[in-house]
Design a protein around this ligand. Sequence first.
Ligand SMILES: [Zn+2]
Length: 236
Amino acid sequence: MKDIGYIVIFICFFQVAPLAAQTPYIMIDPGHGGEDPGAVGCGLEEKNVNLETSLNLRQLLQDNGFDVIMTREEDVYLTLASRTDYANAQRVDRFVAIHTNASSPPSTGVETFCYYTASTFSFDLRDKIQNEMLSIWQLRDRGVKTAGFYVLKHTVMPATLSELAFINNCTDDALYLSDSTELSRAAEAHLWAIQLHYGEDPEKTGQIKGFVYEYQESNPQKRERESHILLKHNNN
Ligand SMILES: [Zn+2]
C-alpha cells in the first residue's frame, strides 16, 4: 500500500513538472535565410520578414524573463538539419519556427502547425499562437494544422511553425508583412501565446498598441481594420 502511494506521487509530479520547471528556454527559428529567400512577393522576401519578427520576439521574450536562443540572427543560410540539431543539442524547452506563406494564386490568412504525433504541449502552443495572431491581425483563420515539416519532425522538444500570412497577397496580407509595427505586433502575439502556454497572464496593453493608433492617422486603408482590433483589445 505504501509503495502504491509513492507511485501515485511520482506520476503526478511528472504530469505537472514540464510547465512548472525553471526558466523556460525557447529557441526561435526564423525560416530560410541567405541564398534561400523563402517565399517572395509584393516586394518582400520571406527570410527578412521571418527574421525581423523573430528578433522582435527574442527581445520581448527576454524582457519577460524567458531564456532565448535563435537559429540565426542575421541573413545567413542554414540547413534544416543544422537548425534541429542545434535545438536538440541545446536541449531547449520549445522550438518556435516563424514563416510566411505563399500560394498561386495568392490566398490569405493565418495558420499554425505542429507535427502529427506531437505532444500535447505542441498542440497547446500551436493553438495559442493561432488565437493570439488572429487577435491582432484581421485575417482569415485558416486553422490550426498538422504537417510533416522537417523542423517539426526532427526536433525532440515541443515545436510549432507559424505561417504568419501570405507574402504574395499584396492587397491584404502583405500590408501587414511590409509594416514593421505589424511585425512587432506579430511578435507580441507570439509572446502572449508562449506566456499563456506557461500559465502566465500576458499584459496586453502597452507600447505597441500606441504605435498602431499613431499610424491609423496616415493610412486610411488600415484605419477600419485597426479600429476593430483596438476595440477588441479594449474589450479584453
Ligand atoms: Zn517558409
